[in-house]
Design a protein around this ligand. Sequence first.
Ligand code: FAD
Length: 436
Amino acid sequence: MRGTTLVWFTHNLRLDDNPALYAALDSEQLICLFVTEPSWFRANRYSLQSLGQHRRAFLQQTLSDLDNRLKALGQKLIVWHETPLETLTQLVQSAKVNRIITAEHPGYYERHTLKQLHRRFPHLVCEVIDSQTLFRREQLPFEVAQLPDSFSAFRRKIEKLQRVPDAPLPTPTALPPPVSNLANKVIELPVASQHTRFIGGESGANTQLDYYFSTDLPSTYKETRNGLDGWDYSSKFSAWLANGSLSPRRLWQRIDRYEAEVVANESTYWLKFELLWREYFQWYAHRYDSKLYKFQGPFNRSPLTSFYPERFKAWCEGTTPFAIVNAAMRQLNQTGYMSNRARQLVASAFVHELGLDWRYGAAYFEQQLIDYDVASNWGNWQYLAGVGADPRGHRKFDLDKQTRIYDPQGVFIKTWQGEENCHPLPNSDYYDWPAP
Ligand code: FAD
């Protein structure tokens, strides 16, 4: 196609296996855009920030890596700090853009921006391409509106038909030239990060891919995956998958290769199984749209919870009566990461022990997690709060039993000072009664 194409990068921050970028290769000129939204830096409806410090630093590294890779092909990344709608509107007008291509996004606002833009410019070509899922929409064995209500039913359908993802696309070797005189309008994101191994961008993702698949770790994943602390018990790909500096199809292909060259066993199957969980939540977000954030979830189940500010504060800071919860929350606050097992435990405590409104827990994770992914986060929270895709209704974990199983020597709790920070719950009833 002739003319100027704008590729709006969102959570597909890579050149490898990037179908949106591929679709733009036939343009005369190309704008590669990323928008940092002002709303990410303001308090949201939960009085929290959408983009906390850990993910900010990771994002900064990712954008700089992407820019370097684009520069090597004669392009550059344009970063604007403005609402996406305003940014796109200004660029369509000033740079005479006739086509916008972006990755399909499970987030509600991201998807609605393009609809609004299309209303403003009815002749603009807008292409939205599946880039963050293993399967394209048309490869699914059902319409998205018919997505099964449980993960197991979803997985069985995919496995029964022996559906496998397409091979990933290679990195382009040449790109159309940039539009001249386009400058960045940016704000500073912090560059420093305490994470030595979560290095943002495709380069960091490739380092972890090469490391992980050069070890025996994939062949023991099923036995180790419930670990609480350390780098090697799980794959750690989530942060790169979340902002798209790693393609899920590339990861799937690396597992295939490992299975062909090293070993195929229950553990390698389980890695794929977990990627199918991720896949399920991506399509779940598409199917339920704004209901992903709804207190009652998509099925209108009202949880018997309320909101107690002091309990919420204690949970966030890791000063609840539960040592394992405290340890995990302190780990999250300091590193931006928490294991899958611990995420389940702190979410269960949040809903079932503290009686809190699950959406605040999800919003706190959104702020803190380095691997925050809108679909996986809100979908998992709904699941644990008993308002989502769980046929069993709710998941309540026995925290003492879980501690005995997963932290039998108390090493995790000791490392993150879970015990020292145990405090009884503030007695909120006290305030409800008039003084005698
Ligand atoms: P591994 O155990 O090595 O798994 C490999 C990959 O499979 C992960 O990178 C991830 O992409 C996928 N995966 C594994 N478990 C799940 C799952 N339960 N749901 C969806 N995908 C899964 N994951 C996120 O990526 N972003 C989030 O914001 C997020 N929020 C969560 C909130 C709660 C309450 C819970 C219980 C889980 C959440 N998860 C989230 C899922 C899971 O905890 C993380 O994906 C995992 O801990 C990341 O570490 P890893 O890459 O080493 O995972």
